[in-house]
Design a protein. Structure first.
Length: 289
């Protein structure tokens, strides 16, 4: 399998301004933020970074840290847009800002895969604040949005309101993703596409524990049961840097061996505005018919 790169280009409300020395400077609408970025091992274009806030990590590599503000940013967030989708961005305790801008080329690719099918049935697992769900809904898909966090699903619904999509055909599900998919298999449900963006570690609403390396194979196997020869795609992204794109590609290749189509693998990256260099952010694997 050859590695491909999906590149997130800057748009009006988001851009990677500069990166280097283990940090990155980004713009989110009118605000600028500095965040840690271990993969930016090179020197930045300039040392003169001006930002509204910086996230300084704690000593624990798996989490911790806090925001330090030079200029106040709205505590309840501020609206941003991507194409037809409007959503709320905010400084979260987890160092990100309420969505993942490097997923933009994935949203475009999924829309292309279902462009010729009216009301394609698509599921977004670990859907978080719903920008990907709304991107697909805006293109005409019937969506099932699943996340174990009640707060995240509430924010996703609020983003649907902001986008004028409150009446779109979207099922909002607060549940452990693996349990929901297993139940859909038992129900004999079928989908045209599935997007998975699983965390490295997580807990479901009833205390279920998710560990990526242990639980991903079974989840992929169940997702395969929800797709058939007429389905369009499964797209998997992984942000755990200890995993390999080739490894998750082989997982999909074996799971989808009985279906026609192609398995591809690669990296997500964001293009820096200062020099045009690519900052890698995640690995991915996908099956497409």
């Amino acid at each position: 399998m050859n590695l491909q790169t999906l590149i997130g280009e800057p748009w009006a409300d988001y851009g990677l301004i500069d990166c280097g020395n283990g940090r990155k400077l980004e713009r989110y609408g009118r605000y600028r933020f500095i965040r840690p970025e271990p993969q930016a091992m090179w020197a930045p274009a300039t040392e003169d970074w001006k930002a509204d806030a910086e996230f300084v990590p704690g000593s624990d590599e798996d989490g911790g840290g806090r925001w330090y503000y030079d200029q106040p940013a709205p505590a309840d967030g501020w609206p941003l847009s991507w194409q037809e989708v409007t959503f709320q961005s905010s400084c979260t305790p987890f160092r990100h800002l309420g969505f993942f801008p490097d997923m933009a080329p994935v949203w475009d690719w999924m829309r292309e895969r279902t462009a010729d099918k009216a009301e394609a049935e698509v599921m977004n697992l670990f859907g978080y604040t719903g920008v990907g769900t709304l991107a697909m809904s805006a293109s005409g898909a019937r969506m099932v949005h699943v996340d174990a966090s009640k707060k995240s699903v509430a924010q996703a619904r609020a983003n649907a309101d902001l986008s004028g999509m409150a009446d779109k055909p979207i099922r909002w599900i607060v549940e452990d993703a693996a349990k929901f998919v297993a139940r859909e298999v038992r129900r004999g449900r079928r989908y045209d596409g599935i997007l998975l963006d699983p965390p490295k570690y997580g807990r479901g609403p009833d205390g279920e524990v998710w560990r990526l390396e242990e639980d991903l194979p079974a989840l992929i196997a169940n997702c395969r049961q929800l797709l058939d020869a007429d389905s369009r795609f499964l797209f998997l992204t992984v942000y755990a840097v200890r995993m390999s794109a080739l490894a998750i590609g082989e997982l999909l290749r074996q799971a989808f061996a009985d279906l026609p189509g192609t398995v591809e693998v690669g990296e997500l990256a964001v293009r820096e505005e200062a020099r045009g260099l690519l900052l890698p952010t995640a690995i991915w694997a996908r099956w497409r018919r």
